[in-house]
Design a protein around this ligand. Structure first.
Ligand code: DAH
Length: 358
């Protein structure tokens, strides 16, 4: 056997035995690469005499062509096998059922806010907003808080660092009532708004978190009285809890920004370890409300002899817990996806009064 025939046999065997595209590439480099065995033979042709070249040339070129062809064929075979293996491994069984349930969901607080917005929108209320960081004027002074009122004290309010130039200390708003002030100062009556948003207080226990949510309401017009307030809130609460009507009482209370002020309670029975509305002798406090204090109207540039109005404010998280049976407040703000998978709502079911709220 000639040297060429031996080399060809070795190379063809090596090509045949290559088990992967990478192993085949090694064989190719050893034969046809820059310093490969076949390349060496091709280079050697330059030093041959014309006669030798005429004889050897076709044999060496033939060897190169057959080796190249064998490599190309083997490469195609290996690539097809690798693709097959991948297709097998990545196979998807389309007959399997779809994944059972989404992980995320709309948080009950946001769900309830959307429900409240839908109900009040139907009664002609617009949505107003204000900043989470407020100044003393909007959060307290304009709302008729006396200078030494305890709510201004450190234990209730988160104060920011004083401004180095003015010494003014901004606050994280302790309620959504400053949006009343912002609205009255920027609009002329008639005004009919609700203001949902985040509120902050230095308070943390089983029923309080330092951040929570409120919805504020404000109506200002020429002949607004307590009757409007009662009907609006009773209608809203009945619809919110999906009841035909609600048995409510308005218990006198005190807020600096309303006169008279009241808290609204609804009749309930808690005796069976369960909360049932409209029966029993218990009362559940739902919200604070009242007629806007003349001082507040004046502070906001509205003439109290011409206009009156009512306002109300309620805790959204607490109403979400009551409506949807969430037992504990604190996990509401833990951002635990398991909790949300249990208590969350579908993002595709936007609440509206016509098709149902939840
Ligand atoms: N701002 C009050 C609070 O956070 C709630 C409130 C009570 C708002 C009576 C009102 C209102 O608008 O009229 O406790």
């Amino acid at each position: 056997m000639t040297d060429l025939a031996t080399l060809e046999l070795e190379l063809i065997n090596a090509i045949g035995g290559a088990e992967s595209v990478a192993a085949l590439e090694e064989v190719r480099v050893a034969a046809l690469g820059k310093s490969g065995s076949v390349s060496g033979l091709l280079k050697g042709m330059g030093a041959m005499s014309p006669d030798e070249r005429r004889e050897q040339g076709p044999m060496i070129n033939g060897l190169r062509d057959r080796v190249s062809a064998a490599i190309a064929a083997k490469k195609a075979e290996l690539e097809a096998a690798e693709l097959d293996a991948r297709l097998q491994a990545e196979r998807v069984d389309l007959t399997l059922p779809a994944r059972p349930r989404r992980k995320g969901g709309v948080h009950p607080t946001m769900q309830v806010m959307d429900e409240m917005i839908a109900l009040f929108a139907e009664m002609g209320f617009a949505v107003a907003e204000g900043p989470d960081i407020e100044d003393d004027f909007h959060n307290f002074t304009a709302l008729n808080f006396p200078p030494k009122h305890p709510a201004r004290e450190m234990h209730d309010t988160f104060f920011l660092k004083p401004d180095p130039e003015t010494g003014e200390r901004k606050v994280l708003r302790t309620h959504t009532s400053p949006v009343q002030v912002r609205t009255m100062m920027s609009q002329t009556p008639p005004i009919r708004i609700i203001a949902p948003g985040r509120t902050f207080r230095k308070d943390s226990d089983a029923t309080h978190t330092p951040m929570f949510h409120q919805i504020e309401g404000l109506v200002i017009d020429r002949d607004i009285h307590m009757g409007h307030l009662k009907t609006t809130l009773q209608t809203f609460i009945a619809r919110f809890f999906e009841l035909d009507e609600v048995q409510a009482r308005f218990r006198p209370h005190h807020f600096p920004f309303t006169e008279p002020s009241a808290e609204m309670d609804i009749r309930c029975d808690r005796s069976g370890g369960k909360l049932v509305f409209n029966t029993g002798d218990d009362w559940l406090e739902i919200l604070g409300c009242g007629m806007v204090h003349p001082n507040v109207l004046k502070n906001c540039g509205i003439d109290p002899d011409e206009y009156q109005g009512f306002a109300f404010g309620m805790g959204v998280d607490r109403l979400a817990m009551l409506k949807y049976g969430v037992p504990d407040l604190r996990p509401m703000f833990d951002a635990d996806t398991r909790w949300l998978a249990h208590y969350g709502f579908s993002a595709f079911a936007a609440p509206n009064p016509a098709s149902g709220l939840s």
